[in-house]
Structure formats: C-alpha cells, structure tokens
Ligand binder design. Structure first.
Ligand SMILES: NC(=O)c1ccc[n+]([C@@H]2O[C@H](COP(=O)([O-])OP(=O)(O)OC[C@H]3O[C@@H](n4cnc5c(N)ncnc54)[C@H](OP(=O)(O)O)[C@@H]3O)[C@@H](O)[C@H]2O)c1
Length: 308
C-alpha cells in the first residue's frame, strides 16, 4: 500500500518542487501518495495541485489542530517555514516545533525538516543570523524527539535572481549583475526546483539518513563566475558590480530586515554560507544523488527570455 507523504508549503518553491519530483519519478509516485498543505485551498496554485492528483488540505503553522489533521496517517512529513511571512524568529521557531510535535503525536515515521546552518554555533558565538539560527533551533529540537529525521539545508536559491536580486538592464541595453559580496565570495547556489533530487534518497531510505544534514547546492560559484556565465548565456556583456545590500536587492527592507541582510552578507563573506564544513558537506551530499543538480548555466538557459 502506498505511503502518505505530507508536504507543508506545497504551494511554495520547496514544497512544489518536491511534489513535482515525486510525481515525475515513477518509483516514488508508486511508493507515495501526496498530501499538500496551504492556508487557502481555493488559490490557483492549490487547485493546480488537485488537478494533478495531489490531496490538498488547509493547515496553518500557527494552528496546532490543523497541523494534527494535516499529518494524520502520514508516513513521511516534509516540514518547512517561511520566515519572511511574519518576519519573526519566535514565530518561526514556534511554527517549526509545532510541525514536529504534530508529526510525533501522529506516529509519523520520518520527518524531513528544511533547516539552515547554525551560524551562532559554527562561528563559536562570534556571529549570528536570526532566520538561520531559528531553523537550526528547530532542528535541535527535532533531534531530541522520537522520530527519524533528516535535515535539508538549501543554499542560496538561483531563483533569487528572478525576483529579489534580478539582473539590472540599463537604458542603453547594458547588463549589470549588482550584488553585495566581494567578487570571489563562494556562494553555494541551488536551483530550488531540485529539492526532490536531494530528498529522493532520503525518502527511499529513512534509516540511512536519520540524523543527517544535507548540504544542498549544485556547487559553489563566485560572483565573477556567475557574471561570466550570464554573459555567455545571453551573448552580451554582463558587468559585475559590488554595491550595498540596499542597492542590490529589488525589494524594500524594514530596518530589522536590513540588519538581517547585512548579517547574511557577513556570513557569506567572512565565514561562508555553510562555514568550515561546506566543502565536505556538499561533496558528501552530491555523492548521495542519482540525478545531477541543475548548474547555474542550465538555470540561466532555462530562464533566458526573462533576462533579455
Ligand atoms: N531564498 C533563499 O535563498 C533561501 C535560502 C535558504 C533558506 N530559505 C528559506 O526558505 C523559506 C521559504 O521557502 P520557499 O521559498 O519554499 O517558500 P515560498 O515559495 O515563499 O512559499 C511559502 C510556503 O509556505 C506556506 N506558508 C507560509 N506561512 C504559512 C503558515 N502560517 N501556515 C501554513 N503555510 C504557510 C505557503 O503556503 P500558502 O501561502 O499557500 O498558505 C507557501 O506554500 C524561508 O524560510 C527562507 O528563510 C531561503
């Protein structure tokens, strides 16, 4: 009998990517039936899931009863939170713990948690990053629960360059990759559509991956390499420009968010996104995969018309 995989954030980037991968992989789609959650089952993204045979249920991370109903009967749960939805560390921690508690109470076999590096711990307390440390705190909480658990740690989403840090096109048809980091900073980038590629081995073998952290990126790329690849794919010169965080992001920030964005830049430049274990963690994770992750070049080619 197929096992039930419950995916929180099914209408978002990570959740929908996991659903796509399971539906498109015969060995997984015959092993699992899918239930996706949203706060609004009548929104177009939810209807599209229903049309593809996914059971869609309404659940709110802030409502324990709805979480209990969402995970009822589940074999595996993919849990995530969207820090930016409420912008609160306390709320994110509470939501993550509530997903975990509901999963344990329902007797779920495996919980996959979308986590982040524990920045305070890996920098020996020198530096923190609120919305990474909050996810890592939930991870610590889960590690002490009686449930098989695995931790998905996505790198910098390539999709950030379709929205919040887009390629800047000048009036004279010039192109600039404006970003806040020194040109040789190593950025672990992931096409977040690859979420399912990274999680497929975990779905297939909960015991093997119990307690493991997955360092999820295609590779480390520097801003220089990213700009050069952009030039190659577009056939136009893309100039690399280091700017302030405010100039680099195409979204307005509150004062609190500005501090977090600067904290994130310090992490990337001084300690690296995954800290000292980044290279080993990435090599180990990539060695687990059957399907190769999408490269930056492939991602740019897939979205080429959007940049021109
Ligand atoms: N961008 C990056 O480079 C990056 C890197 C590492 C980690 N992250 C983390 O990734 C997370 C965002 O992931 P994403 O991009 O996959 O999300 P997303 O595309 O923004 O979608 C958010 C999902 O979460 C659901 N959701 C939000 N609040 C909810 C609530 N209170 N109750 C129930 N569902 C709720 C939404 O469902 P409905 O709206 O349908 O209810 C939606 O499905 C953030 O926490 C961020 O810190 C991002």
């Amino acid at each position: 009998m197929p096992k039930l995989l419950v995916i929180f954030g099914a209408t978002g980037q990570q959740g929908s990517a996991l659903i796509d991968h399971v539906l498109n992989t015969p060995s997984l789609s015959s092993e699992f039936t899918l239930r996706g959650t949203t706060r609004n089952a009548s929104k177009p993204a939810a209807s599209a899931l229903k049309d593809r045979g996914v059971e869609v249920v309404e659940a709110d991370f802030n409502d324990g009863r709805s979480l209990a109903e969402a995970v009822s009967g589940a074999h595996t749960v993919f849990g995530m939170t969207n820090f930016w939805d409420e912008g609160s560390v306390e709320v994110e921690i509470k939501q993550g713990k509530a997903i975990a508690d509901a999963s344990v109470t329902a007797g779920v076999t495996q919980l996959i948690w979308s986590s982040s590096p524990n920045v305070t711990e890996m920098t020996n307390g020198e530096h923190g990053l609120a919305h990474f440390d909050s996810k890592a705190e939930v991870e610590e909480y889960i590690r002490n629960l009686n449930i098989r658990s695995t931790f998905f740690m996505p790198g910098w989403f390539m999709q950030n360059h379709l929205s919040m840090m887009p390629l800047v096109k000048g009036d004279d048809s010039s192109y600039t990759f404006r970003q806040p980091w020194p040109s040789t900073t190593r950025i672990p980038v992931i096409d977040i559509r690859d979420t399912g590629k990274f999680l497929a081995p975990v779905l297939a073998n909960p015991d093997k991956y119990h307690g493991k952290r997955l360092t999820c990126a295609a590779a480390f790329y520097t801003p220089i390499e990213m700009a050069e690849t952009w030039s190659k794919v577009l056939g136009k010169n893309v100039e690399l420009q280091q700017a302030t965080e405010e100039e680099s992001f195409a979204i307005p920030f509150t004062e609190e968010q500005k501090k977090m964005i600067k904290d994130a830049s310090t992490l990337m430049t001084k300690y690296e996104y995954y800290g000292p274990t980044g290279d080993d963690g990435l090599a180990w994770t990539l060695a687990q995969l059957t399907d190769r992750p999408v490269t930056w070049e492939k991602f740019l080619n897939d979205h080429r018309p959007l940049f021109l």
